[in-house]
Design a protein around this ligand. Structure first.
Ligand SMILES: Nc1ncnc2c1ncn2[C@@H]1O[C@H](COP(=O)(O)OP(=O)(O)O)[C@@H](O)[C@H]1O
Ligand SMILES: [Mg+2]
Length: 227
């Protein structure tokens, strides 16, 4: 048995709007072990991104709980959750979400500056090393708008892994890339996950990609259908 890293128990999420209550997630429970890879598959609008946000403590469930390393993050205030996120969770998104006015190197330095564990030259050095690792050693001072989609996603991966997170959460990370570039990015994700012994939660609608993970869940209208 692998040690449980993230435990989601009976999570429900609903929102109220003018037309009444909308159920987004219904009774979701799942476990993620240390170093495990899990894919979440489902149609657009099925609730994948909402679930990922709740698993990361970015969003709070309406009921139920999420435990990260034994701590119930659903019960913490926003500052405490932000602190846990910064040191435990890396993110990559479909649209990269790099900071446009920062260079590749500055984007990757940022999480280290926020975490405050190391400083100055060491931050710069560690960020440069990981950009080298993802093949962008020649692009340190480039701005995102001058980089291809594949290059931007490499920067985003470097930014996610630079803090040595316990979990990488990836929300359709190849959704904006052509097939060949997407395949290279996914190879890099799986390689980095092994090197850093990071667990992976991969949201995708690509069944072939989903199969590369140890475990796969299908979500349909906010409910887990099969695993
Ligand atoms: N804050 C919100 N308010 C209202 N509806 C929302 C909100 N967040 C998500 N939804 C709705 O919940 C459903 C699931 O959304 P989402 O988690 O983004 O799905 P997916 O990532 O699988 O495409 C969608 O119907 C979406 O419109
Ligand atoms: Mg989504």
């Amino acid at each position: 048995m692998r040690e449980n890293l993230l435990v989601v128990s009976n999570v429900f999420k609903s929102v109220e709007d003018a037309s009444g209550k909308l159920s987004i997630l219904t009774d979701i429970s799942l476990n993620l072990g240390v170093g495990q890879t899990l894919s979440i598959v489902g149609a657009s609008g099925s609730g994948k991104s909402t679930l990922l946000s709740i698993m990361a403590g970015l969003d709070a469930p309406t009921s139920g709980e999420v435990k990260l390393g034994g701590v119930n993050i659903s019960s913490l205030d926003e500052d405490a959750r932000a602190l846990i996120r910064a040191s435990h969770i890396g993110f990559v998104f479909q649209n990269f979400q790099l900071i446009e006015h920062l260079t590749a190197l500055e984007n990757v330095m940022l999480p280290l500056e926020i975490s405050g564990e190391i400083k100055g030259n060491e931050i710069r050095q560690r960020a440069s090393e990981i950009l080298n690792r993802v093949g962008l050693g020649q692009r340190l001072n480039h701005y995102p708008r001058f980089m291809s989609g594949g290059e931007q996603q490499r920067v985003a991966l470097a930014r996610a892994f630079v803090v040595n997170p316990k979990i990488l959460m990836a929300d359709e990370p190849t959704g904006s890339l052509d097939h060949a570039t997407g395949a290279l990015i996914m190879d890099l994700v799986f390689d980095l996950n092994k090197e850093y012994q990071t667990a992976l939660v991969l949201v995708t609608h690509d069944p072939l990609l989903a199969k590369r993970c140890n475990t796969s869940l299908t979500i349909e209208s906010g409910q887990i259908k099969a695993s």
